[in-house]
Design a protein around this ligand. Structure first.
Ligand SMILES: [Zn+2]
Length: 370
């Protein structure tokens, strides 16, 4: 099965999220994988929002290598496209379309490599719906207890231009509600100003100190106050203010402890609600399998990787949230600069390169079973 032709076919499925509608694309892949001899199970977290898990039949001799890709894409955006975003048009060495880089090319390369090798119980595919809206599909698979656990190793095919990345920061988005008491704006002494309280809290957050050391690969954590809303009209004392905080974390920083530390920044009663909470992902670059991935990539691309992380977060955080976290790389043929762009494209040679890399990783994993 040709991975480039498959990328083109996958781009032609409209899986823009919202609303997603991954089901039709999932059924198409289900057919391909079943025909190749895989056992496939479908798991929908909502109507039409189907994820797939495919694995070879028989008894495994070791924890499986999991290749994971998401089926959905982001919407088209406001700007007009020059190419049909759902056609998968090929011009020169580029294939255009929404999801070409993020990440239907990665999906196609994984399915193609897996089918070429053939079904094997030591290898599985985890193809998820709803990634772009907070990893809903992957979280559902973890919650349902249907993931093949423990995983031996995990490859997530997000766009990296075939550069292996050993992790990414975690995400903790907090909505902080500050309460006050309203009064007429001409008599502020009779009220309790929620905006003033929020402002005092923001001043403290500006110099927020994280506990723990920066990570050798991912760097240090960050905190940004992204939004503030408060007050109904200019002549009232505001009785409510909302602050939105975007925190990016590195390993060794439990999110619960960070929430407690944020709460301690305010002397006032505040309510903190996490809007997103995804752990960081990091594997020691010295890990034997990671070094093997670096070797395989160097063999196919001529470039020896150095330890680095991704700027974005991935399904890996959700897929690793249950069981013992497997060594993980983010590695896919898409161009990272093309993710979510107008006239998104993928370079055709990268698709073949990724297919060859995945195939070699599958071969050597399955060859080293007991
Ligand atoms: Zn993606």
């Amino acid at each position: 099965m040709d991975a480039i032709a498959l990328t083109q076919q996958l781009v032609q499925f409209d899986t823009r999220n919202p609303p997603g509608r991954e089901d039709v694309c999932a059924r198409f892949l289900d057919g391909i994988l079943r025909d190749a001899g895989f056992e496939v199970t479908s798991h929908a977290f909502a109507e039409g929002r189907t994820s797939l898990i495919a694995r070879g039949p028989g008894a495994a001799s070791r924890a499986p290598l999991c290749l994971s890709a998401h089926l959905d894409t982001v919407p088209l955006g406001e700007a007009a496209w020059e190419r049909d975003p759902l056609a998968g048009t090929i011009e020169g060495d580029r294939l255009y379309g929404r999801g070409a880089s993020d990440m239907k090319s990665g999906l196609a390369a994984m399915v193609s490599a897996a089918c070429a090798f053939g079904p094997h119980p030591d290898m599985c595919l985890v193809l998820t719906a709803g990634e772009e809206n907070g990893c809903e599909g992957a979280r559902f698979l973890a919650e349902q207890g249907v993931l093949p656990l423990p995983m031996g190793a995990l490859v997530v095919g997000e766009p990296t231009a075939n550069v292996p990345l050993v992790g990414h920061k975690g995400v903790l988005w907090l909505e902080i509600e500050v309460a006050g008491r309203t009064a007429h704006g001409s008599t502020p002494e009779l009220g309790d100003n929620a905006v003033n309280k929020a402002a005092r809290l923001i001043r403290k957050l500006e110099t927020f100190q994280f506990e723990g050391a920066p990570h050798p690969v991912l760097g240090g954590p960050t905190l940004n106050v992204g939004t503030i809303r408060g007050g109904l009209n200019i002549n009232s004392v505001p009785d409510r203010a909302l602050i939105g905080v975007d925190i990016r974390t590195v390993p060794g920083m439990p999110h619960a402890a960070i929430i407690e530390a944020v709460a301690r920044c305010s002397d006032d009663a505040i309510i903190i609600t996490p809007l997103a909470d995804m752990a960081s992902v990091a594997t020691d670059p010295a890990h034997e399998w990671i070094q093997q991935v670096f070797d395989v990539v160097a063999m196919h691309t001529g470039q020896r990787a150095f330890p680095q992380g991704a700027a974005y977060f991935t399904d890996a955080a959700a897929l690793r949230s249950v069981g013992h976290p497997p060594p993980t790389v983010i590695l896919g043929p898409g161009e990272p600069s093309q993710a979510h762009q107008t006239d998104e494209f993928v370079m055709l040679p990268r698709i073949d390169e990724a297919t060859a890399i995945y195939a070699r990783l599958i071969r050597s994993w399955c060859a080293h079973g007991a």
